[in-house]
Write a protein that binds this ligand. Structure first.
Ligand code: 2PG
Ligand code: MG
Length: 391
């Protein structure tokens, strides 16, 4: 039984407020901390300031204390009853998800990867690592993240080590060529290269290390309502030209993963790209915001064959589990993802396993190290395991 519920204002990797929730049950204490994004989608669940959390907290606490922590689904339903707004505008997504996660951790005795019951074999996700960055995360490129995927790794230890090695080499090479500017908020390198030159530079290294390449364009961040504005290249592209340009770079650089190549309302444009780039992953992040209704619309219009899953874009674990189930039914690939303002909490790694996501988008340093380490730890703990099969 849940005996106590507390909240704390702690810090995320950007030095900003993050919410931590702690519950006490008969078996001990369980905590969960919630990250936050920088390049957020318009349709994300709402958060509220800490002073408002403190105001509504006594009411929420009163409804949670006394619940049976082993029944996490019922607990999540009660959270929905406390705030029936669907976007959590009353209690804030951080509090809703924080309580949901803390209870789920209690119900699994801090082994959240067991959330959906025992499986015969666990399939471990490959880490998608951000090595060069731009856009709203900081850097010269309009595109936000140049990503690598160690698709040949035989286990999480090898996968993490490849990502670190590539991240290191990229930094050293940029420095040697006097192109290095620094690191951005996700610890990706920023350089003086423009978008296309970055791809030229990175694809040579990716080939040496046998890793696949991906990009999170985060295209809403350079869409002005009419055109896509490339400040560095001194160019503006119409939506049609942006589709052509994305198709071109995907084919020339053999991009495996293309996230948000178009702005967040362009379901039809995504569908066109998805048709043209058959065989590559077209991934919706801001497009969907992990939201059931938006994902359902994307399924209907065949906008993408994959979607980013960020629980704090949408809701409680039960709500997010339902989105993933709907995606899997139609073969849409779920990619669980961190946020750019992360905490040291490692729940994302457990959830990637519980939900059977073949990829997890996490950085290479700072607050994402615990997420790599958690995958390595669970790999050692489980007997029947293998790396996920990639689409
Ligand atoms: C993204 C994320 C994570 P943010 O766009 O995919 O890398 O960024 O958390 O800023 O939304
Ligand atoms: Mg994104």
């Amino acid at each position: 039984m849940i005996k106590d519920l507390r909240v704390y204002s702690v810090y995320n990797s950007k030095g900003k407020h993050a919410l931590r929730v702690k519950i006490q049950t008969g078996s001990g204490f369980y905590t969960a901390s919630i990250p936050s994004g920088t390049s957020k989608g318009k349709n994300e669940a709402k958060d509220i300031p800490m002073k408002n959390v403190i105001e509504i907290f006594p009411k929420v606490r009163g409804n949670i204390i006394g619940l049976d922590e082993s029944d996490w689904i019922t607990a999540d339903e009660i959270i929905e009853q406390i705030d029936p707004s669907k976007d959590y505008r009353n209690i804030g997504i951080s509090l809703a998800l924080g309580i949901s996660l803390a209870i789920a951790k209690a119900s699994t005795n801090n082994e959240l990867w067991r959330l959906r019951g025992a499986k015969t074999t666990y399939r471990f996700p490959f880490p998608l690592g951000n090595v060069i960055g731009g856009g709203e995360h900081g850097g010269k490129t309009a595109w936000q993240e140049f990503l690598i995927l160690p698709h040949k790794a035989k286990n999480p230890i090898e996968a993490t080590s490849i990502n670190y090695e590539v991240w290191n080499i990229v930094g050293e090479e940029l420095k040697k060529r006097k192109l290095l500017l620094g690191r951005n908020i996700e610890n990706a390198w920023s350089s003086s290269l423009d978008d296309l030159k970055t791809l030229d530079f990175l694809s040579a290294i990716a080939e040496d290390f046998n890793v696949k390449l991906g990009i999170d364009f985060a295209a809403s961040s350079f869409w002005n309502g009419k055109t896509y504005v490339y400040k560095g290249l001194k160019k503006e592209l119409t939506p049609e030209k942006q589709i052509d340009a994305v198709e071109h770079v995907a084919n020339v650089y053999d991009l495996y993963f293309l996230e948000d190549p178009l702005h967040e309302e362009d379901f039809e444009g995504f569908a066109e790209l998805n048709r043209r780039l058959h065989g590559r992953l077209i991934v919706g992040d801001d497009l969907y915001c992990t939201n059931t209704e938006r994902v359902a619309r994307g399924i209907l219009s065949k906008s993408t064959n994959s979607a980013i899953i960020k629980p704090n874009q949408f809701g409680t674990l039960f709500q997010v589990s339902k989105v993933i189930r709907a995606m899997k039914k139609v073969g849409m690939v779920p990619v669980v993802s961190h946020r750019s303002g992360e905490t040291e909490d490692d729940w994302l790694s457990d959830l990637a396993l519980a939900w059977g996501a073949p990829m997890i988008k996490i950085g290479n340093l700072g607050p994402d190290i615990p997420k790599h380490n958690r995958l390595i730890e669970i790999w050692h703990d489980i007997h029947e395991k293998q790396m996920a099969s990639l689409p």
